[in-house]
Design a protein around this ligand. Sequence first.
Ligand SMILES: *[C@@H]1O[C@H](CO)[C@@H](O)[C@H](O)[C@H]1NC(C)=O
Ligand SMILES: *[C@@H]1O[C@H](CO)[C@@H](O)[C@H](O)[C@H]1NC(C)=O
Ligand SMILES: [Cu+2]
Length: 155
Amino acid sequence: MASAARLTFFAVSMVLLSSVAIATDFTVGDGTGWTLDFNYTAWAQAKLFRVGDTLWFNYDKTKHNVVKVNGTEFQECSFTANNEVLSSGKDSIVLKTEGKKWYVCGVGNHCAAHQMKFVINVEAQGPAPAPTSSAPSLVSSLFGLLFLAIAAIFA
Ligand SMILES: *[C@@H]1O[C@H](CO)[C@@H](O)[C@H](O)[C@H]1NC(C)=O
Ligand SMILES: *[C@@H]1O[C@H](CO)[C@@H](O)[C@H](O)[C@H]1NC(C)=O
Ligand SMILES: [Cu+2]
């Protein structure tokens, strides 16, 4: 019985610990969503994006879409039939690789004249070079919890 309890506890602990490094969901434009005349450059600049994180685009699909472009196309607000277009109105993009990613709205002049464009730089997963102050304390409190629970099992 004790070993089953320990195993169960171990499994639960691993889930808890892994949640420390769990991916972040970013809603583009936060409560504003993906729409005209919101400064998405400023929105993106304030954030740290990592591999495994997800971008959510919430928008009126009769008015906007999301086009994945490259750096040149981003500057020019241009794209071709080869670019990937998302148009469900509630699209998610999982950031799978490191590096720069560019997104624009492909409708009308929304990219060129209404700020519906932004670039992000996706960083590697794993321990941050400059971790936020809350992360280490969360890790240590989880380890503390783990220790207490193991102690309880053996008591
Ligand atoms: C959007 O924000 C960026 C970064 O703060 C700033 O450089 C830029 O001028 C802003 N654009 C507009 C149109 O306000
Ligand atoms: C962006 O894509 C266009 C069209 O495929 C291509 O002509 C251009 O060279 C690309 N630019 C970069 C920087 O990859
Ligand atoms: Cu648009």
